[in-house]
Design a protein around this ligand. Sequence first.
Ligand SMILES: NC(=O)c1ccc[n+]([C@@H]2O[C@H](COP(=O)([O-])OP(=O)(O)OC[C@H]3O[C@@H](n4cnc5c(N)ncnc54)[C@H](OP(=O)(O)O)[C@@H]3O)[C@@H](O)[C@H]2O)c1
Length: 224
Amino acid sequence: MDLKDKIVVITGGTKGLGKAMAFCFLKNGSKVVVCSQEGNRPENLEEEILWIKANVTKENEMKDLAEKVIRKFEKIDIWINNAGISMGHMPIEEIDSVFAHEVMEVNFFGTFFGSRSVMKHMKKQKFGTIINIISSRAFDPSPVSAVYSSSKWAVRGFTDLLRNILGKENISVIGIYPAGMRTNFYGKDEPTNYKNYMDPNDVAEKIIDNLKKETPEEELIIKE
Ligand SMILES: NC(=O)c1ccc[n+]([C@@H]2O[C@H](COP(=O)([O-])OP(=O)(O)OC[C@H]3O[C@@H](n4cnc5c(N)ncnc54)[C@H](OP(=O)(O)O)[C@@H]3O)[C@@H](O)[C@H]2O)c1
C-alpha cells in the first residue's frame, strides 16, 4: 500500500509504540490522528498530528472519534487499535480484581469498541485496514501476567473472527504480535531484562514495512 495521503487513526498514539507508528506514518506522507485519555494535547507531539481526547473503554468516545475523522477527512484508510495497559508481574493469587477488570476493559473492550466504531464507516466506503496491536503473550502466556496474557488472547480471537467477517467487505484485518519493547508501559515494574527489549521505533518500522507490501502478513510476529 502506498501510504501517501492515507488517513490513519491510532488509539493511544501519544506514547511508546503508538507514537513511534504515528511518526513513521507521517514520514510516509500519511495524515495521522491519535487519541489518548489525557486531558490535554501532549506537548511533545508533532504539530502535524491531530490529537483527539478519547478513552478506548468508552464506546461513545470511540464512535465520536471515528465520526470526527470522517467529518474532517471523509474517509479512514487505516485504524490501529493500539492503546493497552500492563499489570506488572505477579502470581494469580495476588492480582487485584479491580485492576484485572481495567486491563480487560482497555485491552479487549478498547479493541472491540474501536473496531466496532470504524467498521461501519469502512463498510460504507468499501475499503480499509484495521490493525490490532496484540502481544507475543497471546501465543505464549506468562504465569506471572495471567490477566494481561488472557486479554491479549481474547484480542487475538476477536482479530481472527473480524478478519473472517470483514474480508468479504474488502476490509483487511492485521494482528501484530510484538515481544517486549522499551516503553513506559511497565512503569516502575521494569522486567529484569528490560534493557534487551526492542526499540519501539524499530517495531513501528516493521509494522509500516509490512503494510507497504503488496500482500501484507495478516499475523505479524515481531521478536527482534
Ligand atoms: N511495551 C511492551 O513490551 C509491549 C509488548 C507487546 C505488546 N505491547 C502492546 O503495545 C501497545 C502499546 O503499548 P506501549 O508499550 O506503547 O505502551 P505505553 O508506552 O504505555 O503507551 C500506551 C498508550 O495507550 C494510551 N492509553 C492507555 N489507556 C488508554 C485508554 N483507556 N484510552 C485511550 N488511550 C489509552 C496511553 O495514553 P494515556 O497516557 O492517555 O493513558 C498511551 O498513549 C499495547 O497494546 C501493549 O499491550 C506492548
